[in-house]
Design a protein around this ligand. Structure first.
Ligand SMILES: [Zn+2]
Length: 435
């Protein structure tokens, strides 16, 4: 049955997915099996018919080196077979493999596939073949240069941002996960070219413990990181209020050429690792403001440990960017029983008090606005600008070759697809991306 009510959006939207990406993302221990649940819910609503579904290319060793250390990648490559009773050793722990990031078999395949998803999505924005690119298998914002951290084995976000910087001078990174986006901020703490903006729960003992109000970047990048530390059980009303105050200010001052949003779903009500009380409506309100800016946009996943709600959220966001409304009742599909007892697309908030008082929020807003006024340059400093232009010339030449090739390849595959007969009704055709 057709579940799409209307198509209002003329934007070119690419959704990165294939069986290998789902298979590898399903193997992530903290979100085992989640990727397929998300994908199948999107398919059940028939949304992939309106998306360009693009097969990702796995990241190479050299791709991963654009952020991660050789030592860490070599270690990842060395992990082949892990038995159920495997005990972590000192070397594993050196690279962050322990309680929350246990080593997994064929780790390089997992890491290169997950990273490749976000890099491929970013390349579509660089080539100009999409206005919005989505990878719900990405968004692993805690991974560090030298190792894994907080359920994250590879920082696909930094690798995607590095890809975007081949074309775009100023990248705005927005992190909506309930946890601080520390891995991404750490990567760009010194940078004026990438502004990181994170909204998250911040209280003693809550992971990762960073992302306070005073945490604004260092030295050359001072003022180009912004953190909104929220108290427990923040609600749609709270995120809407603070996002409405902060986002336009950051956008106007920083003037990004492209935006990356980590849509971690663990800020939703009922998440076992969360402690916030958002619904999909709260995320959508933020997304509406971001979409209104009409800039190229990369949407990534992240946390989200109540899988049914995570799938609800990312399906809702996918529909939102497509400009379609979803039937309240979830269509029957393979994972339908996971959505009981209501079997509806709505995420209900919990009956719990939002700890954030208006006075506290206003104090944070005032400090953040003060910092934005104090530190953000309207133009990059002359020296940085000059260096950038030189680098950009080389990058531009490199990109031109790549763009032409990419666009022609996407066209070729579209033509081939059109020649196919008996297309499956609920599944979109999958295009190949050739670099
Ligand atoms: Zn999280």
């Amino acid at each position: 049955m057709m579940r799409i009510h209307e198509i209002m959006n003329s934007k070119r939207i690419i959704y990165v997915s294939d069986d290998n990406l789902l298979f590898q993302c399903n193997r992530l221990p903290a979100v085992s099996g989640r990727a397929s649940m998300v994908h199948e819910l999107i398919i059940s609503y028939g949304l992939t018919k309106y998306l360009n579904v693009l097969r990702p290319i796995c990241a190479t060793y050299d791709d991963l080196r654009k952020f991660h250390s050789d030592l860490y990648i070599d270690y990842v490559m060395s992990i082949k077979e892990i038995d159920d009773d495997y005990m972590t050793n000192e070397e594993d722990e050196e690279y962050g493999m322990g309680y929350d990031c246990p080593p997994v078999s064929d780790m390089f395949q997992l890491v290169s596939t997950v990273a490749g998803g976000s890099i491929t999505a970013a390349k579509c924005l660089v080539s100009g073949s999409a206005d919005i690119a989505i990878n719900w298998c990405g968004g692993w914002h805690h991974a560090q240069r030298f190792g894994a951290d907080g359920f994250c084995y590879v920082n696909d976000i930094v690798l995607a941002i590095e890809t975007l910087r081949q074309k775009f001078n100023r990248v705005l990174y927005i992190d909506l996960d309930v946890h601080h986006g520390n891995g991404v901020q750490d990567a760009y703490n010194l940078s004026k070219s990438v502004f990181t903006l994170s909204f998250h729960k911040f209280e003693p003992g809550f992971y990762p413990g960073t992302g306070g109000l005073e945490d604004i970047g260092v030295l050359t990048g001072k003022g180009y990181s912004c953190n909104f530390p929220l108290q427990a059980w923040y609600s749609d009303g709270t995120i809407e209020y603070v996002f409405r105050q902060i986002f336009p200010e950051v956008f106007t001052k920083f003037k990004p050429d492209v935006t990356v949003v980590q849509c971690g779903a663990d800020g939703l009500a009922h998440d076992p690792n969360g402690g916030a009380n958002l619904t999909a409506h709260g995320y959508s309100l933020c997304l509406t403001r971001i979409l209104d800016m009409q800039k190229p946009l990369l949407l990534l996943g992240g946390g989200g440990y109540k899988f049914s709600n995570t799938a609800r959220l990312w399906t809702t966001i996918t529909a939102q960017v497509l400009g379609v409304s979803l039937d309240e009742n979830i269509p029957e599909h393979e994972y339908w029983t996971e959505y009981g007892p209501d079997y509806t697309i709505t995420v209900e908030p919990m009956l719990i008090k939002d700890s954030n008082k208006r006075m506290y929020l206003d104090q944070c807003i005032s400090v953040i606005k003060e910092n934005l006024n104090k530190y953000i340059d309207v133009e990059p400093p002359v020296q940085e600008k000059a260096q950038k232009q030189d680098t950009n010339k080389e990058r531009h030449k490199h990109n031109c070759d790549r763009v032409c090739e990419t666009e022609s390849i996407i066209k070729i595959f579209k033509n081939n697809v059109h020649k196919k007969e008996n297309a499956v009704s609920t599944h979109s055709d999958v295009y190949d991306f050739v670099d």
